[in-house]
Design a protein around this ligand. Structure first.
Ligand code: OGA
Ligand code: NI
Length: 352
């Protein structure tokens, strides 16, 4: 994959632009007016909040919780999970070590500079199209599973607690995702093990997003509209700065984070497997002049080289297969080359 060997242009760290104190942003970050975000002050709609306290490992016996999850996945593609079992202390420590990383001197962070070949490490763009309009954010991308892709040496060595904390965080979130997958499977009318079986094995990775302060936030976005290409995403957002917007029909809803909650959303692979019963919904991130924002997007994906198509039990005469199959390895090449592009990729899989 030679075209993915390197970035098409010199990499500029958004944090350096922000730290320069300039009053305007470079043209490269200015979005066309139709893509810019605004907050609708009258918008009081909220994404669903689902209490997972009753969701035990024996998910078949947690009907009300399963129904609430399934309902959110069908109608919103998004929900906030409370009482999810991950300790708030671990969530706070994870955010703290990553904030510490982004506040290290630039030359320390540059040691982890990434390339588009695997995206692992410290990055400042998604996509390799020369001349693309860029997003106002830097990130760190890493793998947890499969173990053959997990490499502690590629994770930041500083702050000193980062690797251990990140390991602990990865293990806790993987457990949570397994539980959610079983619930989502039952919510589709299948056995708890059916959706996990379609994943075959787990691919688990994480992107920690860092959105520096922006002098002209109304002209740009921290992350352009996209749906997540993978299976499911469990997002930990900043506890004091909002920014995430979720599409609901033709409007954008600003998520008001519930303290200590996770934001869970369906990705394209689960939309495909569920034959569109569950929706992978577009979302985007606004930036802020007053405050930086950190978020941790934990991606729970299928084994990357198995074909993913609608689960056979969900394909009927009344509801034929809506998508053709593709491996996740092939699927994610699209966002890796083109960057975030709304839901255009999942549409490209629609069966003729
Ligand atoms: C993502 C994402 C949202 C956020 O990383 O895919 O949608 O709030 N992040 O940073
Ligand atoms: Ni996303």
């Amino acid at each position: 994959m030679d075209c993915l060997r390197d970035w098409p242009e010199a990499v500029v760290r958004v944090q350096s632009l922000s730290d320069s104190g300039a009053a305007t942003i470079p043209d490269r970050y200015v979005k066309p007016p139709s893509e810019r975000a605004s907050v609708d002050p009258g918008d009081m709609v909220r994404i669903p909040v689902v209490d997972l306290a009753m969701l035990t490992d024996d998910v078949a016996n947690c009907e009300a919780t399963v129904m609430a999850i399934a309902d959110a996945c069908r109608h919103w593609g998004f929900f906030q999970a409370v009482n999810h079992g991950v300790s708030p202390g671990l969530m706070r420590r994870a955010r703290e070590v990553w904030r510490g990383f982004f506040h290290l001197p630039m030359e320390e962070k540059q040691r982890y500079a990434n390339s588009p070949k695997t995206y692992e490490g410290y990055g400042s763009r998604l996509g390799i199209e020369k001349g693309a309009i860029l997003d106002w954010g830097d990130y760190f991308f890493l793998h947890f599973l499969p173990l053959c892709l997990m490499d502690h040496d590629k994770w930041p060595a500083f702050p000193p607690a980062l690797r251990e904390t990140n390991d602990e965080y990865g293990a806790a979130l993987t457990k949570l995702c397994r539980r959610l997958m079983r619930a989502m499977s039952i919510g589709l009318g299948l056995d708890a093990a059916r959706l996990p079986m379609a994943f075959d094995d787990e691919g688990v990775c994480m992107r920690v997003n860092f959105y520096p302060r922006c002098p002209q936030p109304e002209l740009t976005l921290g992350l352009s509209a996209h749906s997540d290409p993978g299976g499911m995403t469990v997002l930990l957002v900043d506890d004091h700065v909002t920014g995430l917007q979720v599409r609901k029909n033709d409007s954008w809803i600003t998520v008001q984070p519930v303290p200590d909650a996770f934001i869970v959303n369906v990705g394209d692979q689960i939309q495909v497997l569920s034959n569109a019963a569950y929706k992978s919904v577009e979302h985007r991130v606004m930036v802020n002049a007053a405050a930086e924002r950190l978020s941790m997007a934990f991606f729970y994906n299928p084994k990357s080289d198995v074909p993913i198509g609608p689960i056979r039990e969900l394909v009927t005469c009344d509801r034929p297969a809506l998508y053709r199959s593709m491996t996740f390895d092939d699927y994610r090449l699209y966002i890796r080359k083109k960057g975030p592009r709304g839901k255009s990729q999942v549409h490209s899989l629609e069966a003729a």
